[in-house]
Design a protein around this ligand. Sequence first.
Ligand code: FES
Length: 312
Amino acid sequence: MPQILFLPDGRSVEASISESILSASLRAGIPHTNECRGNARCSTCRVLVLNGLEFCCPRNEKEQALAAQLHFPERVRLACQTTVLGNVAVRRLILDANDAGLTDQTKDTTTHGSLGEERQIAILFVDIRNSTKFADSVPPFDVIHVLRRFYHHMDNAVIDHGGHVACYTGDGLLALFGVEASKSACLQAVLAGLDMLRCVKQDLQPYVKRLFHRAFRIGIGLHFGQAVVGTVGGGLQERVTAIGDAVNIASRVERANKKAKTEFLVTEAALREVRDQVHVGKSIDVNLSGKTGTYTLHEIVGIRNGALQTAG
Ligand code: FES
């Protein structure tokens, strides 16, 4: 059977001709990073083939696509997609102490998987309208004061409906619903969004008007789609986050509110999940920056009776 020499571990492992390099290293207890668990979706298992490139199988379609995207030289191969017919020597390329700690497969993972998992989730962006204008017109301490009040309400709306705040953007936030598999992720997100609007109307708008004689409005965008969900940060700073095109779409949907003169827009994919439970206002066809084709977005104006029970 072929031998694979792993560096910098200095370990030699026997592998059958049908076993991937990744599978051989993991079987031997080598801490080989594999964020997407061998699906050619991440590139973290990459190795540099030092000797025996001629014994490596040709790149398959999935590896070829990733290699082209990341401009891999010929000798850099995805360990999860590569089998060998003869002896080879490879160097693992993602391996420092930080990497090892962050991607340790043996440590407990949270319910949402600290290493990252592809999930169908509801992604909600909320943003303060004209925040730059507001920040320019009142003292910085007052801006912070208003932001604290704003985030307090937004956080509560997200948490009350089972979501996670993934990150703060300076004048808004990104929230995720359905991280712990939920059949009503979109409905939870819609309810959170409507709560946010309610808090703005009932508390923040009159408050900012009274203190600063300024208007205060927000825009919300919601999309339902596939994203890689994982945790980042450590200890008390650990947060769930999501990466993927679906996140970019949600952000652009939020921005579309400005042109549409709406407060809460959702994509067709999100509406499909909650159609019977919400009241829809206007529907508009828009081009989202950086995306091809036209997207139909729908304004959410309220919730139907009975929807709350479904969300619970
Ligand atoms: S483990 Fe992700 S590409 Fe190999």
